[in-house]
Design a protein around this ligand. Sequence first.
Ligand SMILES: [Zn+2]
Length: 67
Amino acid sequence: MYMIDDITTNLARSKAYIQYAMSKFIEICNFIRSSLIICDVHHCIEFKIDEKICEECEASMLNEHSM
Ligand SMILES: [Zn+2]
């Protein structure tokens, strides 16, 4: 939440912060991906998933490690 506050405050102050905000946004996206928060959502939507991590999240994690 602190990171989101940081982005919105800086964006409101100056447009020069767009690049900074984008890098922070990517950082948040990577955090969300690596923390597997989205996978909890996948399990709520798709009851048939019985694996702990669904294929989609597993694939995105493998991509991250190969980068
Ligand atoms: Zn998932």
